[in-house]
Ligand binder design. Structure first.
Ligand code: CP3
Length: 348
């Protein structure tokens, strides 16, 4: 029963082989993606057109024996819908025309209307579910409130987190007000994806790891926990598993596991056997091959896949993934080597 391997593993039920999907499994390393983006005009055009978002979501599934599909979209759709003016600068990444810098800026923000300004996302989910026809489960996602706030306050990628950290230390109440708004928006956004058919959801806390332990608890984890508590069941009444992924979150796995989430995404800076010892059977674990391993030869990739599988051992509750996303330079044949190695080496 390969179609429900991923959902079974997230529920820590026995599986025939370890399921695998990859963060950024759709994207620029695939020539068919680059071609479609060219035709569409831009990345945002792909995200906002449900037919195109559906097509891009399915592209990696045609090439590789993946056990999950992930909605093709972006975490920055929420700030975009709040009117910050998202655009992508080639070679620089995402930028906002109107960053949020002061308590006054924050006070002016409101929760986006899920139907009017973000309806293209559940529309894509419905289309993808129809195309997948029960063969592969669909994962929805959102950014964590902290990660969204870093982009909204910095105005783009940052190495120093100068603006958001100054705001956090100088005006913590204002930042809490922003986090509260984002937590409510993310919960509504994920619930719209679930109502449309997302069968699992992942919260990407890409920048949680830049916080001190106490600031992580206060500004990132608390709000992710609120989201987990507000998520609704699937239309058929079943619980939708939530995966929490904090990049750099290795030191805080125990408190992440205590939020009520079903699985933790691990980056590559912790050994998965150590992570398992620490969180026990409370949650499933997802990960955690070094994404740079895809630059190595296929035989080396295979050996290192075997190492991650051996470290996890024959327990229920492992979803194979990278420790972060596939990068644009990767050779698609190496992704095939990874996926096939997971299935061959983990067969029970
Ligand atoms: O995983 C998947 O295949 C689903 C699609 C997905 C994208 N972004 C597509 C995308 C997902 C899950 C994301 C999440 C996302 N977006 C995160 C969290 C995950 C992570 O990587 O930590 C973050 C921080 C963003 C914000 C963002 N959007 C960045 C930093 C970039 C990259 C900018 C760059 O030029 O490298 C984007 C753009 C983006 N999102 C691309 C894709 C395929 C590249 C767009 C393109 O040029 O075609």
């Amino acid at each position: 029963m390969s179609h429900d391997r991923l959902l079974r593993a997230l529920r820590r039920e026995p599986v025939d082989v370890t399921p695998v999907w990859l963060m950024r499994q759709a994207g620029r390393y695939l020539p068919e993606y680059r071609k479609l983006r060219e035709q569409a005009g831009s990345f945002l055009d792909l995200c906002q057109n449900p037919e195109l978002a559906c097509e891009v979501t399915l592209q990696p599934l045609r090439r590789f024996e993946l056990d999950g599909a992930i909605l093709f979209s972006d975490i920055l759709t929420i700030p975009e819908a709040m009117g910050l003016g998202l655009h992508f600068v080639p070679g620089e990444g995402p930028n906002f025309h109107h960053p949020v810098r002061t308590p006054d800026d924050i006070a002016k923000l409101t929760m986006p209307d899920m139907e009017d300004s973000l309806g293209y996302v559940p529309a894509a989910v419905r289309l993808i579910r129809r195309e997948l026809d029960g063969k592969t489960p669909l994962i929805g996602f959102a950014g964590s409130p902290w990660t969204l706030a870093t982009y909204m306050v910095e105005g783009g990628p940052s190495k120093t987190y100068q603006h958001i950290k100054a705001l956090m230390y100088n005006a913590p109440e204002a930042l809490h007000q922003l986090m509260d708004l984002l937590a409510r928006s993310v919960a509504a956004y994920l619930n719209a994806q679930i109502a449309a058919g997302a069968q699992a959801v992942q919260i990407f806390d890409t920048w949680g790891g830049v916080l001190t332990p106490s600031a992580y608890r206060e500004f990132s984890l608390t709000y992710m926990q609120r989201i987990v508590e507000q998520l609704e069941p699937a239309p058929d009444g079943s619980t939708v598993p939530v995966i929490l992924f904090t990049k750099g979150g290795g030191p805080w796995l125990e408190s992440m596991a205590a939020t009520g989430c079903h699985a933790l995404g691990l980056d590559w800076t912790i050994d998965i056997d150590e992570a398992r010892e620490r969180v026990g059977d409370r949650v499933a674990l997802q990960g955690n091959l070094d994404p740079a391993m895809l630059y190595a030869r296929p035989d080396v990739i295979r050996d290192n896949v075997g190492d991650v599988l051996r470290r996890f051992g024959h327990h229920p509750g492992h979803v194979f993934n990278l420790g972060h996303g596939v990068t644009p330079q990767v050779n698609p044949d190496h992704v095939a080597a990874l996926v096939d190695a997971v299935h061959e080496l983990s067969a029970r």
